[in-house]
Design a protein around this ligand. Sequence first.
Ligand SMILES: [Zn+2]
Length: 319
Amino acid sequence: MILGFDIGGTKSAVALADGSGVLIARSQVPTRQDLTPESMMDRLIERARRLLAREGIPQDALIGIGLSCGGPLDPEEGIVYTPSNLPHWNAVPVKAIVEDTFRRPVRVENDANATAWAEYLLGAGQGCRHLAYLTMGTGIGAGLVLDGRLYRGRHFLAGEIGHVVLQPDGPICGCGKRGCLEALASGPAVARRAQERLPVYPESLLHRLVVHPGQLTAREVVRAAKRKDPLALQILQETGMYWGQAISYLLQILDLERVLLGTLAIHAGDLILEPARRTVRRYTWHEICHDVLILPAGLGVRAQDYAAIALWLNENRRH
Ligand SMILES: [Zn+2]
């Protein structure tokens, strides 16, 4: 059995799977930003204990425990350093906390890497050797599996593709630079661009979908685009082109087989993927991109559960 912890900005979960990664049970709690990291960890540990008790699994039956969380974090020491979605978490020794509780080995990984590994073993990456998985939500990041191994980089910061600069004089990014991919094409950036252009499109469906202007999110933009709203379609097309540009950098450097896109791409589908693919074909050598697959991620809403579990799986699905 494998126990998995997923710690997200709005919700967290514990999941239990068998040794080949088949999910058996899960339990979700809202992530409360008003709690200290220690009390949030206590709540999750309590959930995990109840899950094990309910399924009749003794602690000793656990092969190991996986923990997936937003970065930056040190996967070797198992310390989380102030992720943007968990601003109060500074230098939290999550590995030690969980290890001391359950007396079982714990593996910690940032969520983009862990999900890339899960997609590689269990999702849309099965059967290939070189892939990137891109998270496309509030933040943008990538996990890289190169030659069948997770690639983390020297400072565990490989795959920070949300912060490649596409427009040197573009909007300011949360990281302090200007014109990063994340500042142009993340969920909040999509909403912001739509919001800015709304006055020029008095007929747009978005006026009706959103009662209060400040509440516009990427979700409404996708909904309006599916109903062929011209403004929403334009925004998603531009978003796909930004993503395509960034993906072309990855491909031109890493010569990947597959690129899997999460979150926004799963909801918007070809409305974003098609302009992304067109841009990739324009910006990347034909020899590299003619047979690359750019697809929505395969694990869907359970991706985060699998991400934590997959840290204890290898090619043979065994630890
Ligand atoms: Zn940035």
